[in-house]
Design a protein around this ligand. Sequence first.
Ligand SMILES: [Zn+2]
Length: 658
Amino acid sequence: MAYQTLYLRWRPSSFETLVGQAPVKQALMNSLTSGRIAHAYLFTGPRGTGKTTTARIFAKALNCVNGPTDRPCGECLNCRQITDGSALDVQELDAASNRGVDDIKNLNKNADFAPVNCRYKVYIIDEAHMLTTEACNALLKTLEEPPDHVVFILATTEPQKILPTIHSRCQRFDFHPITQEEIVAHLQKVAEGSDIKAEKEALELIAAASEGGMRDALSLLEQCGVMAETVTAEVVRSVRGIIGREILRELVYAVGQRKVSDALLIFDKLLMQGKDISQILIELSGYMRALLLYKATPEYQPIYVTDTAEELGKLAPLYSGERILAAQQIIHEAMSELRFTARGRITAEMCLYDLCREDNRTLKVLAARINRLEQELEAIKTQGTAVTAVSPDTVAAHRPVSQATPTPQRKDGPAEAAAAQELTVKGEPAEAAKKATIVSEAPKAAPAKTEAPAAATEASKAETPGITLPKPQPIPIVKPEPKPATPSKTETKQSPASVGPGSAAMEKPAPISPEPDVSVSAYTPYGGEWAEGDAFWAKAMERLKAERKNSIASCASHGSVIAYENKVLTVGFKMKFLCDRLQKPDYREVVEEVLLRVARVPIRLQCVVDAGGGKPAGAPAVKMQPAAAKPAPAAPDFPVSESTKKAMEMFGGTIHKV
Ligand SMILES: [Zn+2]
């Protein structure tokens, strides 16, 4: 008698012997006993979970001489013919190789004829997702109006690829991966019945390696049975190329201790044993996963296939959760690189080296660090300029001001600073601060144009300095009424006289307010302990990081506070893309939400490109002068009508003198 492979010899021939899939079994048996037979079924599930086998059993159950029954006899002619695949009325079609429209047309033609011996004609279409669209449409025709004597069983591993029109005409049954215990129990039975001596541990290893597929498990058992008299865990490992727990532990320990030399020696030893490089990485990754899950939930049983709780408990303290996650990323990158390189050994060695390094520096982490260092360097430079530019007491009192003030100055160069000084007596910090404000102001000034002609002139003046405009905000257009042109005019007329030296006169003409005061009040101080814009920006960053919104935090941390007024926090960015990124609603809203919690006041965030970079030196100074003379401070030091205040709050604007 010819040798039959294990999985064919042990193929279940009845519902009782089918391993696992209890719900599917029960439903099918019920439909058989109650006589409610559908004309199309869809069996879905991973490979080796019993879809085709169940389809055959079902065909037998339909056509057994005693049937339809949930217990086909297996003895009658129909049962025997279906089992050995010679029944004329039960046809198996492999859609992977017969996927064309002609194959299905043939099938349709045959389906019309009455069955030869059986009660039902059963068509089992395996890998049904491989059918072409035309073939599917042809099949659909028969499915729509099926002859009474025909039953279709479609089996597929990828149900999402089945046309919805076909899907909806089928009764769907989902086959699940078979559990570890079920596989082990079945393997034990098969081993006993086939004179294969196998250790329990070996069978467990086989079950774990086959990932719920019985066919894979039986094939592996068979292979191991041929390899050795007794199937031990060692045999299974060598057949599968599994590197083994003991040495894997050593490797994980060496990496955990950051001992590069040990890790490389162990890796070399494994290669000498003929282990596959990608297998080593796969198992290393699997062990890391077990460690991570062990740390998270030690009661999660599936991890103990990888190693015992005791061993995992020993190794777990070597790793932090973050480190394991970073390690997984490094290993996965190496694994995908392995597919494209002829020098896998180098890739794996680099990977191990990377895993052992001080902190697992992925590119992202590195890039973030470089950015931070660059910024710090920039800050150090800026600080140097700041100390010379602003009076020392100011710097001490308000660090954010010192940051906001010198930045434009530095960019404009000494020539412009000198020009500004000529134009306005002692006015250089005012100039610089004013410029920053205009940057923040511009978008709000723009919509004002639509409101009133009086405001328009003022707005256009504010815009003139050619500063990078953030996207216009749609909010002001919604409510144009509360800001009539007249009150704003009168107020702005009052302002120049009423503004005191201590006011928040950002755009205050320099001659009026003395130098230190202007720089101190470069933004409206916020009440309470949050008076310093930078301070609560920094707090917001901390909060973001604490909430693990790292990408937003790292983007936002590049900004420095330029101004805070009318509940609008203006943050400047050197790099436009960072500015644009943070300004987008998805990021901005998160930051605003955090700002709200930090300051306990709704604060709107506005990102601007700092100092409007790239302006020719001198040019802005000339343009600045009229602007410097005209705009009035927005500070509520002088009488402002309620409606204007509201409008300012809503639009976040400032009042300008016309
Ligand atoms: Zn029978």
